[in-house]
Design a binder for this molecule. Structure first.
Ligand SMILES: [Zn+2]
Length: 133
């Protein structure tokens, strides 16, 4: 018998609501018919590594920043500031760095919804392609 961790279908809604339906990094907020589009609930500690479907392990990110976050091009430090890896190059890599490196992510509606240090630590160590000083 195979046991699978069930995804919580409310995770996306809870995380998107916590961040006012905006990307926590770039504040992207496009909606269509009242619903956020191309905006996702990212797991900070990946589900495959045991990260829970909880708001403290989530960030609302646009599809681009979600992808870059999962690839380790972007992370967030314990002070909720963005770090951009220097290993992602090209004009857009530079733009990403210039626009967001060292800048704070958006705060959630309530302090209790903020990412927990343990999940951030996991992402910094396991996913980010660089060093978070
Ligand atoms: Zn974004």
């Amino acid at each position: 018998m195979v046991f699978r961790k069930k995804r919580d279908p409310r995770f996306r809604d809870i995380v998107l609501t916590a961040y006012f339906e905006q990307c926590a990094i770039c504040r992207y907020d496009i909606k269509m018919n009242g619903a956020a589009v191309a905006l996702e609930a990212a797991h900070i500690q990946m589900q495959s590594a045991g990260g829970p479907d909880e708001v403290n392990n989530g960030l609302a990110l646009c599809v681009i920043h979600h992808k870059l976050f999962d690839l380790g091009a972007i992370t967030v430090d314990q002070n909720m500031n963005v770090h951009v890896s220097e290993r992602f190059v090209g004009d857009w890599g530079r733009k990403l760095h210039d626009e967001f490196h060292g800048k704070p992510i958006a705060s959630p509606r309530r302090e209790t919804m903020a990412p927990l240090p343990q999940y951030i630590h996991w992402h910094n160590e396991q996913i980010f392609k660089g060093v978070v000083a």
